[in-house]
Every structure is written in structure tokens, then in C-alpha cells.
Design a protein around this ligand. Structure first.
Ligand code: PCA
Length: 321
């Protein structure tokens, strides 16, 4: 009897040590209904299950905890243990973050995946130096041009109020003579409603999220690039987990990456259908518009290579091999 009680006490104390719970915040910048955010919630649920409830991750969608450009620093500083960032937002910090925002360098899901594989070791190195690790990354659907009117060539964008979400999308505006205003996705529908912007490049997914069809009637399906969201983790927070929980996080991340790319492809088709159903014209770009945008891409790749140096060149070579 005595032995039994002692055993029970031992079991109970092991039980309570094992159930010590860690809580992480994971800020994200896109609406809860966006496929990236839904994928994050499933990632968090998978981690919860696989860790036996030891690691609880709360996803804060729609820039509710930190604004998009602040998430990376929050994870680096440990104000958030993990976060989802749009890599191209950080191109000014390191060119390699902007590789997937260069028009027509990688303009399909297959080439975007290939570019990701070439970019990944450099991302891991850079994030590692900053005290963070990459958990997974998922591409947005291909980027096209939203506009009020028919665009026959890039010259039709002259003087147009253009929403940029990154240094590269602002550079595109400069190159076509549009007026760039940087606005993150969480403020996009308001900017459209108030007329602060009247054109932009993004995915069908963001067009649906922001109900762009209420303001603009054309989407030119240029399929120019597929920027990626990356889910990153503070290294000290990750290192503090026990081995089994670490494993649970890595496994859930690998699953989320596969699931996310598949979801992106589905959402690409579905969102263009939704835009159409809401009265928007989905237009195949004219040869002139296409070649104008290709020229923009050529200029930007050259500028990028100049800034990125040998490391950037090696990455592009690895991608093109
Ligand atoms: N949507 C995000 C980034 C790329 C995309 O497709 C945005 O427009 O902010």
C-alpha cells in the first residue's frame, strides 16, 4: 500500500513535469481566412497534438499583434517566439530576401520551388546569424496587375497611384512611371476605398482578401513572380524545447510546407474565379505589356545582381542550372 502510494506520487510528479506547458505567440500579417493563416493554424494544431499539449502556439493573424514589417524584428528580439514574414519585405536588409520578388526570374510554381531550393541555404545562414531559424516557406500565387482600365502597354501606368508592398514593387512603379505608395495587405481595402491607390501588383488571393473587385475592374494575369511567406522561429525559444517537442515542431513545419504549396495552387485558380464572379475581367496581358514588364524584370535582376554580389550570382546560377 505504502509502495503503491509512493508510486502514484512519483507518477503524478512525472506527469506534471511532463505536462509543463510552453506558450508561443506567432504573429502573422494576413487575414485569418487567407490560406497562409489557415495553414499556420493547422501547423499550431499539429504541434499541439504531436507534443501532447506541451507547446501551445497562438497565431495572431491580420497584423493584430505586430505590423508586417515589424514581425521579423519581434521574433529576433524574442517579443514573439515565432512569426510569419513576407521575405521580400526585407530586401533592403539583405538582397537574398528579395530573390523571389524579381519579375520573371521564377514565374511558375515549379520554378518558384526551384528558386526556393537555391535560396534556402542562404536564408538559413542569414536568419541563423540573426538568432532565428527558418521553419518553412510557402509561395503566394503568381503576381498580376490590378488596374482600373485596360492596359495595352506599361506606358498606360504612367502617373497611376500604385500600391507597393515591398521595395521591389515600389521599384516597378518607378520604372513604369507610376506613383508608389507602400501599403501592407491589412490596410489595402481601405486604401482602395479612399482612392489612395488605384493599381497594384499582387496575387488573386490578395485581390479576393481585399475585395479589390469593388474598386478595380481589371486583373492582368502576368504571372510575374511568386513571393514567399516564411515562418521563422527565435532560436533561443526553439532551443529551450525538449527534444521530442523540437521534433514535433520540425515535423509539423515540413507538413505545413507541403500543404501550403498545394493550397497556394488551389487558391490561385479559385481566387481568379472569385474575381471573375464578382465582375472583374481576368486579362491575358498583350504582347506589348508583357514585353514591357519583362524589360522591367531585366533591369531589376541586373540591379539585384549588382547589389547581391558573388553570393547572389551563385544563387541565380544554382537556380538556373
Ligand atoms: N499578397 C501579399 C504579398 C504578395 C501577395 O500575393 C500582398 O499583396 O501584400
Amino acid at each position: 500500500m505504502k509502495f503503491k502510494l509512493a508510486l502514484m506520487a512519483a507518477v503524478l510528479s512525472v506527469g506534471s513535469a511532463a505536462s509543463a506547458q510552453t506558450k508561443w505567440d506567432l504573429p502573422a500579417a494576413y487575414p485569418a481566412t487567407n490560406f497562409h493563416s489557415e495553414n499556420l493554424v493547422q501547423f499550431a494544431n499539429d504541434v499541439d497534438k504531436a507534443s501532447g499539449g506541451k507547446l501551445k502556439i497562438t497565431v495572431h493573424a491580420n497584423a493584430s499583434l505586430f505590423k508586417a514589417p515589424e514581425i521579423k524584428r519581434a521574433v529576433q528580439g524574442g517579443q514573439a517566439q515565432a512569426g510569419e514574414i513576407l521575405l521580400v519585405n526585407f530586401q533592403n536588409e539583405s538582397q537574398l530576401f528579395g530573390a523571389d520578388g524579381l519579375p520573371f526570374l521564377a514565374d511558375s510554381y515549379d520554378s518558384a520551388m526551384k528558386l526556393y531550393q537555391a535560396q534556402k541555404p542562404l536564408l538559413e545562414k542569414k536568419l541563423g546569424e540573426q538568432g532565428m531559424s527558418l521553419l518553412y516557406a510557402v509561395a503566394w500565387p503568381p503576381q498580376g496587375i490590378y488596374a482600373k482600365k485596360q492596359l495595352n502597354a506599361a506606358a498606360d501606368l504612367k502617373g497611376v497611384k500604385w500600391r507597393a508592398y515591398s521595395p521591389a514593387t515600389a521599384r516597378i512603379a518607378e520604372l513604369v512611371g507610376a506613383q508608389p505608395v507602400t501599403i501592407q495587405a491589412s490596410e489595402l481595402s481601405q486604401a482602395l476605398a479612399t482612392g489612395v491607390v488605384e493599381s497594384y501588383m499582387s496575387s488573386g488571393s490578395t485581390g479576393v482578401d481585399s475585395k479589390t473587385y469593388e474598386h478595380l475592374k481589371f486583373f492582368f494575369d502576368t504571372q510575374a513572380w511568386l513571393p514567399k511567406n516564411a515562418v521563422i522561429v527565435n532560436k533561443a525559444a526553439f532551443d529551450a524545447l525538449d527534444a521530442a517537442t523540437k521534433q514535433a515542431v520540425l515535423k509539423a513545419a515540413a507538413d505545413a510546407e507541403v500543404r501550403g504549396w498545394a493550397a497556394s495552387k488551389r487558391v490561385n485558380t479559385a481566387s481568379l474565379d472569385t474575381l471573375k464572379a464578382n465582375g472583374m475581367a481576368i486579362v491575358t496581358p498583350s504582347p506589348a505589356l508583357k514585353s514591357d514588364m519583362k524589360k522591367v524584370g531585366d533591369v531589376m535582376l541586373k540591379e539585384w545582381l549588382d547589389k547581391a554580389g558573388p553570393e547572389g550570382q551563385a544563387m541565380v546560377d544554382a537556380y538556373r542550372k
